[in-house]
Design a protein around this ligand. Structure first.
Ligand code: KMH
Ligand code: ZN
Length: 273
């Protein structure tokens, strides 16, 4: 099996400081969090920009500051979000792609998201995919339900995405695919040969699905965006604790953890300055 790529989803757009006091929000906090996550074994950090008061934003200037500050500290892969927050328009969400980041998320379908709707119209997905293709940005296909794999394949057919793709199975969002092992197996068997995948279990699904991801030859995403708890009723101390647990599990299960350089090679990413 390939080395294990751990992604740390550091903050998300919807989680608040009130829910977790260690949530990184400012560019400086995100840079420190990225460095610590990388030291704990993360090869990728998935980041959402926020204004200083915690409000989510897709403002390219804020993302640029985050990326520059992370770059001063670590060579971890910085993956920005085109998903943004459920309250944002697609126009807002796409602003970050002007930076031509080395990696960005792309959700290939719409899904209920708790009491909200995470809307991804075909025109917007096509526009994001086109911008990523033009900018040499490696997409990570966010799959919140199984039909989104077919959504990605439509973009491949349209010439807007290129195989092999890298998928992230986000499992356990209320409204999306439940975080159960049987569903993970179905997702894994539904992607084309040669593609890579990672799994992000939401809430209590995080630990069992991370373990399954390690065993099945996939990769793993953990972090405060997806899960605030270390165990039932006990908040995680922060992103590092969640990353460290995956690195420990991987060591026990015989999967070495990938460095950022190894992850870039596996995913076909060219490092940016
Ligand atoms: N905040 C969610 C609505 C992504 O980063 O691309 C979307 C999300 C996915 O977090
Ligand atoms: Zn996200």
């Amino acid at each position: 099996m390939d080395e294990l790529i751990i992604t740390a989803a550091l903050n998300g757009a919807e989680v608040t400081r009130a829910q977790h006091p260690a949530l990184p929000v400012t560019p400086e906090e995100l840079a420190v969090a990225a460095q610590e996550a990388a030291q704990a074994g993360a090869a990728i950090v998935h980041v959402h920009a926020r204004y200083a008061d915690g409000t989510p934003t897709q403002d390219a200037a804020v993302y640029e500051e985050i990326i520059l500050k992370i770059r001063e500290r670590t060579d971890v892969i910085v993956q920005v979000s085109t998903g943004g927050a459920v309250t944002m328009t697609a126009q807002e969400r796409g602003q970050v792609l002007a930076l031509k980041p080395e990696m960005a998320t792309l959700t290939t379908g719409s899904v209920n998201f708790g009491r909200d709707v995470f809307l991804n119209r075909p025109d917007d997905m096509e526009r994001f995919a086109h911008m990523m293709q033009e900018g040499g940005v490696k997409p990570e296909i966010e799959v919140f339900d199984v039909g989104m794999i077919a959504g990605a394949m439509r973009l491949v057919k349209a010439g807007l995405l290129t195989l092999p793709l890298h998928f992230d199975f986000v499992m356990g969002v209320p409204g999306g695919i439940p975080g159960e092992l049987a569903h993970l197996l179905h997702l894994v068997h539904s992607i084309p040969p040669g593609c890579t995948w990672t799994v992000a279990g939401i809430g209590r699904a995080q630990l069992p699905l991370a373990t399954a991801g390690i065993l099945l030859g996939g990769h793993v995403r953990v972090g405060l965006e997806d899960n605030l708890y270390y165990s039932k009723g006990r908040l995680a101390s922060g992103n590092v604790q969640l990353v460290e647990r995956v690195a420990r599990l991987a060591a026990e299960l015989g999967r070495p953890v990938a460095t950022p350089a190894a992850a870039r090679a596996m995913l076909g990413i060219c490092a940016r300055q």
